[in-house]
Design a protein around this ligand. Sequence first.
Ligand code: ZN
Length: 134
Amino acid sequence: MKTISKLKKELDKWFSLYIRLRDSKNGLVQCITCGCVKNYKQGMQNGHFQSRSHLATRFDEQNCQPQCVGCNMFKQGEQYKFSIALDSKYGEGTAQELEYKARQITKFTRADYEEKITYYKSAVKNLKEEKGIE
Ligand SMILES: [Zn+2]
């Protein structure tokens, strides 16, 4: 049986692919904070507005956006720019709601992880088919 930490890693992988594919066009996707465009598999990551350490928002589809390695790793996520981009994408107050949500205590069971893995695995497959990319 897989450990919870293994399931979490597996979900991270599928969820990250989902986030990068969701907004991609012809395999290209734009960084939420600097606007550069790269292939979803090269130099693009799943950027978290509220840090990955908060489980409540770790797999939140608004909290997570495609972000280039430069912004995500070397500029510590550009949190201020990230908040502005989120409000313009989803509406005023989104960033603040996510900050609040991040602080809520959440616990995922093995079944929760397994369910989400199944969901995002098939979502990734569907997106690839829809967009005609590998
Ligand atoms: Zn960037």
